[in-house]
Structure formats: C-alpha cells, structure tokens
Design a protein around this ligand. Structure first.
Ligand SMILES: Cc1cc2nc3c(=O)[nH]c(=O)nc-3n(C[C@H](O)[C@H](O)[C@H](O)COP(=O)(O)O)c2cc1C
Length: 307
C-alpha cells in the first residue's frame, strides 16, 4: 500500500511524508518526551511546540480546563526559544527518519522572519509551520490570521527568510477562512494546515471568576471537529496547494473524514492527551480501512467526498 504524501509539490526540495499522520503543534512537545511510548519514526511527520525568538514562560495558571467534549488551553506559547531548540533538539532530530516541522510564532512580522532565518540550514529540520493565530502586537492584538492582508504579510516575510518548505497554519477565528487561505497561498505558502483552536472561555460559578488564568483560551478536541471538517472542505475547494486537516481528530474514521473532505494529511492534537498512542492508532486504522476497502494508494481517498 502507498500511503506517501508530497506536502510541498511546488517547492524545489519538496516535503515527502511516508504517510499522512502528523502530530499537532503544542500537544507532543518536541517529539523527544514521549518517544518511548511508541515508535514515533512510523509517523508521517512530527510538528514541534510553537517556537519564538526568545524563550517564553507563558500565561498564568490555570492553563487547561476540560469542557464538554473539548479542552480549553491558554498556554501562551511557553517554549524554550529558537536558540535552545537549535542547540538541544535539532541534533536529536537530525538522527531521525521522521521529518520534523518546526512551528514558529511571533508578536511582529519581523520576529517571525527572524525565527525563520535562524532555522535556515539547521540539520534535522524539514520544514516550517507558521502559526498565524498569534496576536499582532503592533495592530492592537488582533490575530495575524484574522484577515487576509496581515496573514499574507507574515507569509511573505517568512517566505523571504527561509528556503525550507513552509506550511501556514490558519486560525478559525476569522470571518472567511478561505480568503485567508487564498491570500497565504498567493504569498508563497507550500501548504496550509487548519484549524488552530477556537476562542472560548469557562467560568467558576462559586468563585465567580473565569477558570483560566488568562480569562480566555482556545478550544480543541472533539467539540471542534465538525467546524474544522467544514473549513478543510471549504479551503480545499479554494486553493491549489495541499491542505492539512486538524481539529478533534481522535480516531481513524475522523482522520478519513478529513482526507475525504480534501486533506492530504492530518494532525492529531488533543487526542494524544487521553491516549498518547493516538497518532499511531490512527495510522494503523487508516491502513486497516484501506486494506478492507481494497485501496492501494491513499491518493484515491483524498477528496473522495467532493463532487
Ligand atoms: C495544549 C495545546 C497547546 C497548543 N500549542 C500550539 C502551538 O504552540 N502552536 C500551534 O500552532 N498550535 C498549537 N495548538 C493547537 C493544536 O496544534 C491544534 O491546532 C488544535 O488543538 C486543534 O486540534 P486538536 O483538536 O486535535 O487538538 C495547541 C493546542 C493545545 C491543546
């Protein structure tokens, strides 16, 4: 069976995955922590925690709240910073078979570009995923990805700063995600991944205070799956670059829904907190489905539910 996926067909080096199952940024650390739980090398790609120019301590606790069929988080991009990533993590990744994609974030367009250029030529890094769900400090804190112009501006700046394949990760917190997808594709994205978390909150009625230290957070998990699936379907119809689906994927059948909606690959996030083996279980489930249905090539399933 052929499960391989080319995620950056327009890029000179390309980004070839052995299969379509990836980890979602922020839910698998640097891929090094849980690698004893299963053979992480079997996955299509590992996407690491969002990385900024300087180390960040993140938001005040509590940062995680469970809700009905979902998880609220307000981690605030706690991370070790790009220099520590280059020194401590990249040398480990350089010995891996599975491609590692570094998720990058910033508070200004220039910060994104600086992180990207710092990662240029570092062994062990196969691509970048640009998280445009971050607040644009110079524009009053609106997410870069909330409008097509600022999304394209970040994309173009990172494109100039890197020769690596580049995914742009879209936010659902916008009025028309397809317009943002088209704008980042035109600005040089090799692929788009979607969705990041949906803005939400929860209140402790006894204390009469918000439950999250940061007041609001991002909702993930099964609660957001139908929203994510719809957005993947819509974006796939609007762009001619690969789309990576993410949002509430917990089982192989969830993953297959995204693939049939048009996703070339999928990412597993919150599901890994309940079952750290979830990405591998999902991969094995996709293989079993293909065997049962007599499908030799995953390409036959991509977009199968369209038209
Ligand atoms: C605890 C936590 C931390 C996250 N950190 C990041 C991050 O650093 N960068 C990013 O692009 N997305 C981050 N995300 C979003 C996920 O990668 C994913 O897009 C989202 O959770 C939806 O997928 P899921 O429902 O499978 O978790 C984070 C999500 C969670 C739950």
């Amino acid at each position: 069976m052929n499960l391989s996926i080319q995620l950056a067909p327009k890029h000179p080096k390309g980004l070839l995955l052995a299969n379509p199952v990836m980890t979602a940024s922020g839910t698998w650390g640097y891929g090094t922590e849980e690698s004893h739980l299963f053979d992480i090398q079997k996955l299509g790609a590992v996407v690491c925690k969002g990385t900024t120019l300087e180390p960040r301590e993140g938001n005040p606790q509590p940062r995680l709240v469970e809700t009905a069929s979902g998880l609220l988080n307000s981690i605030g991009l706690e991370n070790i910073g790009v220099e520590a990533l280059i020194e401590e993590k990249a040398p480990i990744w350089a010995g891996w078979r599975v491609p590692v994609i570094v998720n990058i974030a910033g508070e200004t367009v220039d910060e994104y570009a600086q992180v990207a250029s710092r990662l240029e030529g570092i062994a062990g890094i196969s691509g970048l995923e640009v998280n445009i769900s971050c607040p644009n400090v110079k524009a009053g804190g609106a997410e870069f990805g909330a409008n097509p112009d600022s999304a394209a501006e970040v994309t173009a700046a990172v494109r100039k700063a890197t020769s690596l394949p580049m995914l742009v990760k879209l936010t659902p917190n916008t009025s028309d995600i397809t317009q943002v997808a088209v704008a980042v594709a035109q600005a040089g994205a090799d692929a788009v991944s979607l969705i990041n978390t949906l803005k939400g909150m929860a209140i402790d009625i006894i204390r009469r205070r918000p439950l999250l230290g940061n007041i609001t957070g991002g909702l993930s998990g099964p609660a957001i799956k139908p929203v994510a699936l719809y957005m993947v379907y819509a974006v796939t119809g609007a762009v001619d670059i690969p789309v990576v689906g993410c949002g509430g994927i917990t089982t192989a059948s969830d993953a297959l829904e995204f693939i049939m909606a048009g996703a070339s690959a999928i990412q597993v996030g919150t599901a890994s907190f309940a079952n750290p083996r979830a990405p591998l279980d999902i991969l094995e489930g996709i293989e079993q489905f293909m065997k049962k249905e007599g499908i030799d090539n995953i390409a036959e399933l991509i977009g199968a539910a369209r038209s």
